[in-house]
Design a protein around this ligand. Structure first.
Ligand SMILES: Cc1cc2nc3c(=O)[nH]c(=O)nc-3n(C[C@H](O)[C@H](O)[C@H](O)COP(=O)(O)OP(=O)(O)OC[C@H]3O[C@@H](n4cnc5c(N)ncnc54)[C@H](O)[C@@H]3O)c2cc1C
Length: 491
């Protein structure tokens, strides 16, 4: 979208954190905003779900940079979302994540300086490589806390080397395999393998958690409620249980949407906080050039996961203030597979929740590709449960005996696909790899007046990425000049 939208009436498709954040920001700017959600409940993957009275997380396990003068904290402040009501800081004992490899345990500490000390002590032979890596990390993190960062209309990072793959940089620096494996872990948080992960994304993700790391105080349900409450107190309107089936265009401009119920909603602009491949299906064929359509359809997705939610005895398995990654790497430092573990408290006395997440290919579930959640049959349930039980056995290597543990739920890439319309159940949407960076960036300039993209596919995935995407969508809608004048990014 090249010119600001004329008029005040905006429809946002999708009520994930991306859509709700756009809705709130535009409402603050006095737009009349309607968010349309296909599900009966808002929140997308930000929302948790209940099993046995316990809130099980989906898409918010921990976030970075929520401190007062840090990027996510500044954006939450601009939205009017109270950080203290929702989040608690991690790293009480100086650790955010523990990475456990067969031959090495590395603790991700709570600041850039502490990380540098720790890396230099653990990998003395990587001294000169660490000089380069730490200089880059400090430069990028310094830009992220510059007040102009969130308002910058151009690209704040002019150094083209930052767009090269992290793996290529490490090759050129001749790093040891062990350092390479440790540095590969943050790539998991955006779903791009180290070999193809642009330095800029790697460093931004890592820096954000080193600024400060946070966990939800209660649940993704509460987080969603607070976002919805803020949107509705600004007089935003939320339509649930009625997805958009078509975006209508008149005189070459977007002029509204048609819902599954055949309700027609007119508007001056539409923000699609959904996957771009889903967006394509909502547009008439002749609206998007064939080459553009093919480019979007050909985008590679990030991988899916299988997640197991396990009720554990709180006395035997207390809440851990840090996360654990159990990782397997090859001799070159490439991480072949791994498990993410988080133990958190619940509302039920004496019970904690252990969440286990690991990679699961969409193709592994091919047999059920044409089925829908809840109707996949016994074989699917059995396959899920067998994987879950094996994951529980592996988890015992870390947590000790889990024989009294109870599996509350298991979800697969198919669950995510069906719940939020994510092609291939991709956790982080399209892959923001160096290889398809240009194609991904071009999504931000949809050639249809009045239409723009938000959500995790616009700028970057994750809570922080979605907030960047929301700010960027609003900048497109009101124009860069008004954005710079009216969006207040101070705390
Ligand atoms: C398992 C998992 C773990 C994660 N862990 C973390 C983490 O710890 N920290 C972090 O920062 N990020 C994490 N993420 C990533 C983060 O959760 C996502 O990047 C973010 O929540 C995506 O928000 P979104 O608004 O783009 O999309 P979504 O949450 O997918 O929302 C899109 C919404 O659009 C709706 N929709 C789709 N099609 C239509 C239609 N046609 N009409 C109407 N509505 C429609 C969907 O139903 C959905 O509600 C995780 C993700 C997953 C899957």
């Amino acid at each position: 979208m090249r010119n600001p939208v004329e008029g005040k009436n905006i429809i946002v498709i999708g009520s994930g954190i991306g859509g709700l954040s756009v809705g709130i920001l535009l409402s603050i700017l006095n737009f009349q905003v309607t968010i349309v959600e296909k599900n009966p409940l808002p929140g997308g993957v930000m929302r948790s779900y209940r099993r046995n009275g316990i809130d099980c997380p989906v898409g918010v396990h921990y976030v970075g940079a929520l401190g007062k003068n840090e990027p996510l904290g500044i954006m939450f402040h601009a939205l009017g979302i109270p950080v203290e009501e929702l989040f608690v800081p991690m790293g009480e004992k100086g650790i955010i994540d523990r990475y456990i490899f067969d031959d090495l345990t590395f603790d991700l500490p709570t600041s850039i300086d502490a990380l540098e000390d720790s890396l230099r002590n653990t990998f003395p032979q990587d001294k000169s490589a660490l000089n380069v890596i730490m200089t880059n990390l400090r430069e990028i993190s310094g830009k992220m806390v510059d007040p102009s960062f969130l308002l910058s209309q151009g690209n704040p990072f002019q150094n083209m080397d930052y767009y090269l793959p992290m793996g290529e940089l490490l090759d050129s620096l001749g790093t040891t395999a062990s350092l390479r494996a440790v540095l590969a872990v943050p790539c998991n948080l955006i779903g791009v393998p180290l070999n193809d992960c642009p330095v800029i994304f790697h460093h931004m993700v890592l820096a954000s958690y080193l600024f400060s790391s946070w966990r939800l105080k209660e649940s993704g349900r509460k987080m969603t409620d607070i976002f919805v409450r803020r949107f509705e107190e600004l007089e935003g309107k939320l339509i649930l249980n009625d997805g958009v089936k078509k975006i209508s265009i008149a005189n070459g401009k977007v002029n509204g949407v048609i819902l599954e119920s055949d309700t027609i909603l007119l508007s001056n602009g539409v923000v699609a906080a959904i996957h771009p491949k889903v967006l394509l299906k909502l547009l008439d064929k002749d609206v998007v050039r064939e080459s553009h359509r093919r480019r979007i359809q050909g985008l590679q997705e990030t991988e899916g996961v299988i997640a197991v939610q396990v009720q554990v005895d709180a006395a035997a398995h207390p809440v851990m203030n840090h996360n654990i990654y159990r990782l397997n790497r090859n001799e070159n430092g490439v991480i072949r597979d791994g498990m993410f573990y988080q133990v958190q408290g619940t509302n039920s006395a004496g019970v904690n929740l252990l969440s286990i997440i690991t990679k699961s290919l969409y193709s592994d579930w091919n047999q059920w590709k044409n089925t829908f959640t809840g109707r996949r049959g016994k074989d699917y349930e059995e396959k899920k449960m067998n994987i879950a039980k094996n994951l529980l056995i592996k988890a015992e290597e870390i947590f000790g005996n889990l024989s009294n543990a109870q599996i509350l739920d298991v979800y697969t890439p198919l669950t995510i696909r069906d719940y939020v319309n994510a092609p291939e159940g991709a956790c982080y949407g399209i892959m923001r790899s160096s290889r398809q960076l240009l194609k991904a960036i071009s999504l931000n300039n949809l050639p249809i007046p009045g239409l723009c993209l938000a959500g995790q596919n616009a700028i970057a995935p994750g809570v922080m990425g979605c907030l960047f995407g929301a700010f960027n969508a609003v900048r497109q809608i009101i124009g860069a000049d008004r954005f710079a004048r009216e969006i207040k990014c101070d705390t």
